[in-house]
Design a protein around this ligand. Structure first.
Ligand SMILES: *Cc1c(COP(=O)(O)O)cnc(C)c1O
Length: 389
C-alpha cells in the first residue's frame, strides 16, 4: 500500500472550506501586509501558548535571527547551541555576527546536554539556544539555572514543539524569547513559510516588531538594522483556521507514538531510564539494535517526529527496506552542524562531539502525522519488525 511521511492533503481536507473562506476574506480585504489578520493571529497564538506577547514573522529562521538581534547578540559574542539540530539554530547566530559554540546532546532525549554546555562557557558566552527537538522539551530546569547563573540570554528554539510542555508549563514560558516555525509539516503549519517569536517582555516584543519592519522607529525613519521579516496577512488568516486544532493534532501524534511503542517494544532494546539526566551512556553498554524514542513523564512530548535509533550500522539498510515497501522515512539529521561544509573554518570543525555524531548515523524518523491511519501505522510497524526478525 505504501505510507507517506506526511500527508498535507489528508491534513487539510477537513478544513478545505474554512481555508477557502479565509483566503476569500483576505482577498476581499485588500490588506496583505500585517494588519488585522496578523494582529488577531498574534493574540490567539499568545493565548494558546500562555505567553503575553507573540509577534508574527516570516519564518522560524527569521524569528531566530530576530531573537538574537533583539537581545543584542552580535560580533564578539558566543552562543551555545546543540550540534544535533536543524542548521538554522546555528546559522542565525553566525548571521547575527556572533559565534555558535557547539555542544553535545543527550543520547536518550536528543536535546542539548546542560553539562556539556556548562563546560563550554567563556567570558564571551552571551546566550544559549536549547532546541526542543522532535517535539520534546529540553531539560529546562538545568538550562534555566545555567542561564540565570551566568546571565545568559535564553532563547528556546521551539520550531518543532508548538504546544509542548515541560513540568506542566508550555514551552515559551522559560526563555527570554521563544521561536516557533509554521513550516507546513510542523505541529501547526502555514500554507507556506511563517514563524513567530514569543516573549514575556513587552519591550522585547516592541523591538522585534521594529526589526521586522526594517528597524523602522517612525515612518521611513530607520533606527536599527532590521529587515523584512513580516508575516503575511494571508498566512495569518490560514493559521487562524488551523491553530484551534493544535491540541487534537498533538493528541493524535501522541496516540500514534504510543501505538508504535506498543508494536515495536518487543523487538526494541530496553527504553532508556525514565528520567532525563542528559549524561552520556556508559561506553560499555551493550550495542542495542532498535531504540525507541524516550518520552519523559515530566514532558508533554508532541511527537513532531517519531525518531528511532538503529545501532550496529543498520540504519540505512532499514531505510532501504522501508523504501522498497513504499514506506517513507527521513533522516533528521544526517550531519551534525559543526561538520557542515559552511563551518569548515570554525574552531570546532575537527572536534569530536560523540553523541551528536553517533546520532547522525543512527536516527530514523517514521511517519507519525495526525491523520496516519491505524492500518498505515501497523504497516510501518510490521515492516520494521520484519527487518529485525
Ligand atoms: C524548522 C526549524 C527551524 C526553521 O524554521 P523555518 O520556519 O523553516 O525557517 C529552526 N529550528 C528548528 C529546530 C527547526 O526544526
Amino acid at each position: 500500500m505504501g505510507v507517506p511521511l506526511f500527508s498535507l492533503e489528508a491534513h487539510h481536507a477537513p478544513l478545505q472550506s474554512e481555508l477557502a473562506a479565509a483566503f476569500a476574506r483576505v482577498t476581499r480585504s485588500g490588506r496583505f501586509i500585517l494588519g488585522d489578520e496578523v494582529e488577531r493571529f498574534e493574540a490567539e497564538l499568545a493565548a494558546a501558548c500562555q505567553v503575553p506577547h507573540a509577534v508574527g514573522l516570516s519564518s522560524g529562521t527569521d524569528a531566530l535571527l530576530c531573537a538574537l538581534l533583539s537581545l543584542g547578540i552580535g560580533p564578539g559574542d558566543e552562543v551555545l547551541v546543540p550540534a544535533f539540530t536543524f542548521y538554522a539554530t546555528a546559522s542565525c547566530v553566525s548571521r547575527a555576527g556572533a559565534t555558535p559554540i557547539f555542544c553535545d546532546v543527550c543520547p536518550a532525549c536528543f536535546n542539548l546536554d546542560p553539562n556539556d554546555a556548562a563546560r563550554r562557557l567563556t567570558p564571551r558566552t552571551k546566550a544559549i539556544i536549547p532546541v526542543h527537538l522532535f517535539g520534546q522539551a529540553a531539560e529546562m530546569d538545568a538550562l534555566t539555572t545555567l542561564a540565570s547563573k551566568h546571565q545568559l540570554a535564553l532563547i528556546e528554539d521551539a520550531a518543532q514543539a508548538t504546544g509542548a510542555r515541560y513540568r506542566g508549563n508550555q514551552v515559551g514560558s522559560f526563555g527570554h524569547a521563544t521561536v516557533l516555525s509554521f513550516f507546513p509539516t510542523k505541529n501547526v503549519g502555514a500554507l507556506g513559510d511563517a514563524g513567530a517569536l514569543l516573549t514575556r517582555d513587552p519591550d522585547l516584543a516592541r523591538r522585534v516588531r521594529q526589526l521586522r519592519m526594517h528597524g523602522e522607529s517612525d515612518r521611513y525613519i530607520h533606527s536599527e538594522l532590521g529587515g523584512n521579516f513580516r508575516l503575511d496577512a494571508l498566512q495569518a488568516a490560514l493559521l487562524r483556521v488551523k491553530l484551534p486544532h493544535l491540541d487534537a493534532w498533538i493528541n493524535a501524534r501522541q496516540r500514534n507514538a504510543a501505538r508504535y511503542t506498543d508494536l515495536l517494544a518487543p523487538i526494541a532494546s530496553t527504553p532508556p531510564d525514565a528520567s532525563c539526566t542528559c549524561r552520556h551512556e556508559s561506553a560499555d553498554s551493550p550495542p542495542p539494535v532498535l531504540i525507541l524514542p524516550a518520552a519523559y513523564p515530566h514532558n508533554q512530548h508532541t511527537y513532531n517526529q517519531y525518531t528511532v535509533r538503529v545501532s550496529g550500522g543498520q540504519r540505512d539498510a532499514l531505510r532501504k527496506h522501508l523504501a522498497a515497501l513504499k514506506i517513507d522515512s527521513a533522516i533528521y539529521y544526517p550531519k551534525p552542524v559543526h561538520h557542515q561544509p559552511v563551518y569548515a573554518g570554525h574552531p570546532q570543525a575537527s572536534e569530536t562531539l560523540p553523541t551528536a555524531e553517533r546520532l547522525a548515523t543512527e536516527v530514523l524518523s517514521l511517519p507519525i502525522f495526525p491523520e496516519l491511519s491505524a492500518a498505515q501505522l501497523e504497516e510501518v510497524a510490521a515492516a520494521v519488525n520484519a527487518f529485525f526478525t
